[in-house]
Write a protein that binds this ligand. Structure first.
Ligand SMILES: NC(=O)c1ccc[n+]([C@@H]2O[C@H](COP(=O)([O-])OP(=O)(O)OC[C@H]3O[C@@H](n4cnc5c(N)ncnc54)[C@H](OP(=O)(O)O)[C@@H]3O)[C@@H](O)[C@H]2O)c1
Length: 338
């Protein structure tokens, strides 16, 4: 792609049924773009820029990051920061940029966990990499049993009060911890707006209490890895492609998982159901996650513009018959491919 100026598509808001995050005022696209493993220094910056521009043109105005996304950690935010400066300077108010802190980011006791020191210093570093004066959502990335929850939630509330974040969220929190976090934040006048858990046809733990909890609390859900990192796509049905996540150096998905016979059997059965619906397996997997009213958005990774486009096409068919859901349940078994 040349270094041309970006003129967004005028119809970018015409086809997306934005969804409200819980009982908040924040609306998000049903499918959002995640920056975990596809925006590091091992990627071609022009192709990253093309993915982000195309996403925005298709109504995807929510980008999900964390301090440690890359590789190396921090590089996803740096890449997006460059793209925002070049292409989106006049569109900041149209974008929802999320980031997080909670996993190991730098050496020493303050580069990990849930302390006020870590969260607020990390947020400042994220803003510097992104070239922004605020993010829209700041999450605590995972529970930290060693830090009082009062301190962690106090840091999120401080981030919002100081204007460095507009909304507060938690990720990978249990139902009980979510309830406690929401109560603490409410006392501090900063509602808990989003929870970010993993959720897919092969990873259904949220159905065991978390969805009911967020429903009651009025908290939205940003469901991550809805394609189970590519396992719920046609990517691995006839081998392991060279440029795929399972073939790469990432430790999060291995060749053993994608060649597992039980996984292969289930994925073929689900693919057949998808075919009958006129969808790809990836589209079925996304529609299935979005069938829950509690799920505000599915956070999807894409390594190409084509993948992104296919994923957004999901929005053309989100409806399920009860009989279809029952058939899916036979194969959408928690733990498959792990
Ligand atoms: N809060 C947390 O702890 C946490 C943890 C993990 C992720 N997340 C968030 O969730 C986002 C998504 O996670 P994820 O990347 O694991 O999600 P995913 O959407 O489950 O998997 C993405 C991968 O699936 C493959 N893919 C995507 N669309 C495809 C299509 N149409 N056809 C074939 N293959 C397709 C690509 O694999 P290839 O790369 O092989 O092409 C892509 O990298 C992250 O970027 C991040 O924002 C949050």
């Amino acid at each position: 792609m040349s270094d041309d100026a970006f003129t967004p598509a005028p119809d970018r808001y015409d086809h997306t049924p934005y969804r409200r995050a819980g009982r908040s005022g924040l609306q998000l696209p049903p499918i959002s773009l995640g920056f975990w493993q596809n925006f590091g220094e091992d990627r071609d910056p022009q192709s990253l820029r093309a993915i982000v521009r195309r996403a925005f043109d298709l109504g995807v105005n929510h980008f999900d990051l964390a301090n440690n996304y890359g590789p190396p950690p921090g590089s996803a935010e740096t890449h997006l920061g460059r793209i925002l400066a070049r292409d989106f300077a006049r569109h900041r108010g149209e974008l929802v940029i999320s980031t997080k802190a909670g996993y190991r980011m730098w050496d020493g006791p303050f580069g990990d966990g849930g302390s006020r020191k870590y969260l607020l210093d990390s947020l400042d570093q994220s803003l510097a990499r992104l070239g922004l004066d605020h993010v829209d959502v700041f999450y605590h990335h995972r529970e930290d049993p060693d830090t009082p929850l009062e301190e962690t939630m106090g840091a999120l509330a401080q981030a919002v009060r100081s204007g460095r974040a507009l909304y507060a969220g938690v990720s990978n929190y249990s139902p009980e911890r979510t309830r406690q976090a929401a109560a603490l934040l409410a006392d501090l006048g900063t509602p808990l707006v989003l929870h970010q858990p993993s959720y897919s046809m092969f990873n259904r733990h949220v159905e065991d209490g978390l969805l009911a909890t967020v429903d009651e609390l009025g908290v939205g859900v940003a469901a991550f890895s809805p394609l189970q990192q590519g396992l719920l796509t046609n990517r691995y049905m006839s081998g392991v492609p060279q440029a795929s996540r399972a073939a790469g150096s990432s430790t999060s998905l291995s060749e053993r998982q994608v060649t597992d016979p039980d996984y292969q059997k289930r994925v073929r059965a689900l693919s057949e159901i998808a075919h009958e619906r006129g969808q790809s397996l990836a589209q079925l997997a996304l529609a299935w996650v979005l069938r829950n009213p509690q799920v505000t958005t599915a956070l999807v990774g894409a390594s190409s513009v084509r993948q992104l486009e296919q994923n957004i096409e999901t929005l053309q068919n989100l409806a399920f018959a009860d009989e279809e859901l029952a058939r899916i349940d036979e194969h959408a078994v928690d733990g498959t491919g792990r």
